[in-house]
Design a protein around this ligand. Structure first.
Ligand code: SF4
Length: 335
């Protein structure tokens, strides 16, 4: 691991440091030198981060984040350093995200070179994306990349669990976000992730109001959040922000500490889609399990198929400058 000086902290009291990056608000003392996320540590009178590093450097399509209404088909150079402030029981990337919490998970990232990442992205006409683990923990790397070259757009796939102070510093540098919202029920959210849901709901609204293109993802997990009331509550929360905000329903597959639960059935996903449409959300997607109909974009007004997708990207885009080619209805997004 290679440590670099972090931002987002302050001195507290006589000899403590307070991390200001996420609402866990870890306090570092002489005895406690590593944060809950395992990738921030105290070194002398400074806080340091290990996230100027990545375990992946993939080029894939923006649809894989998933972001369906932002520059369809654009390649994304995706980075991910180990670490997360959540300990989600179902995490599919736990070998990366849960570094430091399980002795069998080894550090597997290499330090990144800012200029080399930027030139790879520019050569491929790609955005830079942070995904697979938690991008908030790579806040300093995000800022360093963005400030080195503002011609490369940066996108996040995030749990949305950051402080208002960090959020306001990062907003000017983020083009689009896919935010994971597991449930709006505080007790269930805490049980599933180890973190409160309130800051995520506040950040969701703030990102939207700041004009960042925002799409939401929710894993539909049988016996956890797949019941009608839970789905309806999430849909109503999203609707209150905007009925045009796309909602991705993710199929749960048994992983990590949720291997005892069954995978989400297509019937359950279909039921969730129907509930979301009843609430009034215009764009509800299921990448897999419901076939192409689940992931295509249809005009909410005349029901023409506007964007057809395969699992890894787009097949056809019939939008006419962001409008339905048939009836002229405006489809919200960053086209
Ligand atoms: S970012 Fe890490 S060290 Fe900072 S408050 Fe959150 S969990 Fe703690």
């Amino acid at each position: 691991m290679q440590w670099r000086k972090a931002n987002f902290y302050q001195q507290q009291g006589h000899d403590e440091l307070l991390c200001l990056l996420c609402p866990h608000a870890c306090v570092f003392s002489a005895d406690k030198t590593v944060g809950f996320c395992q990738v921030r540590r105290r070194h002398g009178q400074n806080l340091e981060t290990a996230t100027f590093a990545t375990a992946v450097q993939n080029l894939d399509a923006i649809e894989r984040k998933p972001l369906y209404h932002y520059k369809p088909g654009t390649p994304v150079l995706t980075l991910a350093a180990p670490g997360c402030q959540f300990r989600c029981l179902y995490c599919q990337n736990y070998r990366l995200s849960q570094f430091g919490r399980h002795p069998e998970i080894a550090w597997q990232a290499k330090p990144v070179d800012i200029q080399s990442i930027l030139s790879t992205a520019l050569n491929q006409q790609a955005m830079i994306g942070f995904s697979y683990s938690e991008p908030i923990l790579a806040a300093e790397l995000t800022l360093a990349l963005a400030q080195a070259n503002q011609n490369v757009e940066i996108i996040w796939k995030t749990n949305g669990f950051l402080t208002a102070e960090a959020r306001e510093q990062l907003i000017p540098y983020l083009s689009a976000i896919n935010l994971d919202l597991k449930t709006v029920n505080p007790q269930r959210h805490y049980a599933l992730t180890g973190a409160p849901v309130k800051p995520i709901l506040e950040n969701m609204k703030a990102f939207y109001q700041a004009g960042i293109w925002l799409e939401i993802s929710t894993p539909i997990i049988p016996k956890i959040n797949a019941d009608i009331n839970s789905v309806r509550q999430i849909a109503e929360t999203l609707y209150a922000i905007s009925p045009d905000m796309p909602w991705h329903l993710l199929r749960f597959t048994p992983e990590f500490k949720c291997r005892h639960l069954p995978p989400t059935s297509p019937a359950l996903l279909n039921q969730a889609v129907q509930i979301a449409h009843q609430v009034g959300l215009k764009y509800v997607y299921v990448e897999r399990a419901l076939g192409p109909n689940g992931r295509n974009t249809y005009c909410p007004q005349c029901h023409q198929e506007l964007i057809s997708r395969h699992i890894w990207g787009i097949q056809d885009n019939r939008l006419n400058q962001g409008h339905c080619f048939e009836c002229g209805f405006q489809i919200q997004g960053g086209w």
